[in-house]
Design a protein around this ligand. Structure first.
Ligand code: HEC
Ligand code: HEC
Length: 214
């Protein structure tokens, strides 16, 4: 009897303890999960809010725009179907046409005159293995665009050759972009170095690719 009642007490005790313990564990688990749930979105919001910065982004685009509109870039991004030449961006002599793939038409192929590397001497064709205009169905016009229009166009996949942010970032080191800083004799360089351009390009994109008001 003694033993039985002792056992009974013991059982009762352990049942109570187990119940209290499991309640405690339950409260801790709920508490922890509630804490986790509260914490995650806050972190996410903070992270992207810290990363997007319209002022920094727009400021960086001012540098980007100066480069894009410089003759070394704009001459291959004309409003019409004939490339431009020179620091004054006049129409290309002999008017070679874009063609559907941007590489010229019939006997007037860009690569007839534009070799793989720059031809030495003044007023000779700059060279690059891939020298051509953007294609007819995706002209990527810079000439005549305001900073606002160009910023919008650059990130529009329907107008930029289906480039997402990653591909746009990579384009900073594209062979034809780099060609702008190796333009051949007698041509002025873009207004800032390639490193400065790339830094501004990355800042503009990573901070949210905001378009200036105008
Ligand atoms: C020889 C002609 C040529 C020159 C010079 C040139 N580009 Fe381009 N550019 C192209 C072609 C062709 C494409 C399309 C390439 C593609 O989509 O893969 C292009 C595409 C681009 C794009 C992506 C289009 C978009 O709307 O997002 C950017 C940005 C660009 N060029 C910037 C520049 C910059 C900056 C320079 C000067 C430093 C420059 N380009 C000089 C021919 C040129
Ligand atoms: C008949 C030869 C010839 C053909 C074909 C030709 N070019 Fe040229 N291109 C030249 C010469 C020469 C120059 C240099 C002119 C100068 O500096 O006065 C030049 C300069 C340029 C420039 C100016 C580069 C700069 O930085 O200012 C661009 C852009 C250009 N060509 C694009 C093209 C494209 C695109 C094609 C094909 C659609 C093409 N060219 C076809 C001979 C040619």
């Amino acid at each position: 009897m003694k033993r039985y009642s002792k056992n009974g007490k013991g059982d009762l005790f352990s049942v109570k303890t187990a119940t209290i313990l499991s309640i405690l564990v339950f409260i801790m688990a709920v508490g922890a999960s509630a804490f986790r749930k509260d914490d995650a979105p806050v972190k996410e919001v903070k992270w992207s809010a810290a990363d997007r910065d319209s002022i920094e982004s727009v400021k960086a685009f001012a540098t980007v725009y100066k480069v894009l509109m410089s003759p070394r870039c704009m001459n291959c991004h004309p409003a019409g179907d004939v490339p431009l030449q020179g620091d004054d961006s006049h129409l290309h002599t002999m008017a070679p046409k874009r063609g559907h793939d941007g590489k010229g038409v019939f006997a007037m192929k860009c690569s007839n005159c534009h070799q793989e590397t720059n031809t030495p001497g003044l007023h000779t064709p700059p060279g690059n293995p891939d020298w051509h205009l953007p294609p007819a169905d995706m002209k990527m016009v810079f000439q005549g665009k305001s900073a606002h229009e160009l910023a919008k166009q650059l990130v529009d996949k329907k107008k930029n050759g289906n480039k997402d942010i990653k591909k746009l970032i990579e384009h900073a080191d594209d062979g034809l972009v780099l060609a702008g800083w190796n333009p051949g004799e007698g041509r002025t360089l873009p207004p800032v170095s390639h490193a400065e351009f790339k830094k501004a390009w990355l800042t503009w994109l990573n901070k949210g690719a905001y378009a200036p008001k105008k």
